[in-house]
Design a protein around this ligand. Structure first.
Ligand SMILES: NC(=O)c1ccc[n+]([C@@H]2O[C@H](COP(=O)([O-])OP(=O)(O)OC[C@H]3O[C@@H](n4cnc5c(N)ncnc54)[C@H](O)[C@@H]3O)[C@@H](O)[C@H]2O)c1
Length: 314
């Protein structure tokens, strides 16, 4: 089997759906997008070419392949039109388990028998998402990050009934798109990335709301602190990498970590007045020039990825 599907259908044209479509187009893959709303389709018509071409400027794609891919980028007028001849259907609608269940029930009725069905969900267990599908062997979660066309990590989360062949095929497609899939051995709400993000973000929010630090300083503390080390190697290679290894690391620092763990925020809800305070703090830090800040973020991401790739192949 070829690693390039004859056609990809992306359902839902929000940030993530447009990112998937841009990624497929940037690899020269034929891709069609369907959205339940006219605004969604209009957004895709403008956003997907813009984001695909931006990958050339970021040296993440080559112009010839991008333009060839964009020639085969279309917007479908119906779910049927999008799905009927697709070999891979990527769902990227809002994070709503019931809506996803209904959608996959409809997709199953019009998809070909060999079509692979993946969901972009950020954390809903796959057995729940595909509950209305009669055949679940070809169904699984492929959770991207945002911006999807830039960040290579994708979490692959099979359900108990997903076939091994569907997992392999998903990983092959993702690798052909330059992605780096990680495979979860069992599904868990929030998967792995969401749970790590939720834990770190709760601490970040708490530090801001407790008045310990301003939002821009906090963001710098994360991106130039732990995240910089973690970009080169995960925590278990970063922390114990010094002389003495993990045993010495635990002897020296476990006590400190244990005392901090005992004091970390454990709240599970962000009350309305806390939400307002957080929004105010973020807007104070970033509102005046959010577009430039986003572009600068993507430039830095592109640069980090280039350097990491060079270092990996050196
Ligand atoms: N935003 C992120 O950072 C992020 C990251 C990774 C994964 N995800 C996941 O990806 C999915 C999409 O996220 P998003 O941020 O792009 O959402 P979004 O709300 O921005 O976009 C969803 C789009 O789907 C359309 N839609 C809703 N129901 C539909 C239906 N039944 N049929 C066709 N179109 C429909 C909406 O009109 C909208 O355009 C979610 O499951 C989300 O959890 C999001």
């Amino acid at each position: 089997m070829t690693t390039m599907p004859g056609k990809v259908a992306v359902i839902g044209a929000g940030d993530i759906g447009c990112g998937w479509a841009a990624l497929c187009a940037s690899a020269g893959w034929p891709v069609t997008v369907f959205d339940a709303t006219a605004q969604g389709l209009e957004r895709a018509a403008a956003e997907v070419p813009r984001r695909t071409r931006a990958l050339v400027a970021l040296e993440r794609a080559t112009q010839g392949i991008v333009e060839r891919g964009l020639l085969e980028f279309t917007q479908a007028r119906s779910l049927l039109q999008a799905v009927q001849d697709a070999e891979w259907v990527i769902e990227a609608i809002s994070e709503d388990a019931i809506a996803k269940q209904k959608l996959f029930g409809s997709i199953e009725q019009v998809a070909g028998p060999d079509t692979l069905l993946t969901s972009s969900s950020s954390g809903i267990p796959p057995a729940e998402i595909f509950a209305r599908c009669r055949r679940q062997d070809r169904c699984l979660v492929a959770h991207p990050l945002n911006p999807t066309e830039l960040i290579p990590l994708v979490e692959v989360v099979p359900a108990a009934r997903t076939s091994a062949a569907a997992v392999v095929r998903t990983q092959e497609y993702l690798r052909a798109l330059g992605r780096m899939p990680i495979l979860l051995k069992k599904p868990i709400p929030g998967y792995v990335v969401g749970r790590i993000t939720a834990a770190v973000w709760r601490q970040c929010i708490d530090l801001v709301l407790e008045g310990v630090i301003d939002v821009d300083q906090l963001d710098r503390a994360v991106s130039l602190g732990p995240a910089l080390g973690w970009a080169a190697a995960g925590p278990h290679l970063t922390y114990p990498a010094g002389d003495g290894g993990v045993t010495l690391f635990l002897q020296q620092l476990l006590g400190s970590f244990e005392s901090w763990w005992g004091q970390l925020a454990t709240w599970q809800r962000l009350e309305p007045e806390q939400q307002r305070a957080l929004i105010q703090s973020i807007e104070r830090a970033y509102k005046s020039n959010i577009e430039q800040l986003r572009e600068a973020r993507d430039r830095r991401l592109g640069a980090i990825l280039r350097v990491l790739e060079q270092a990996r192949t050196a």
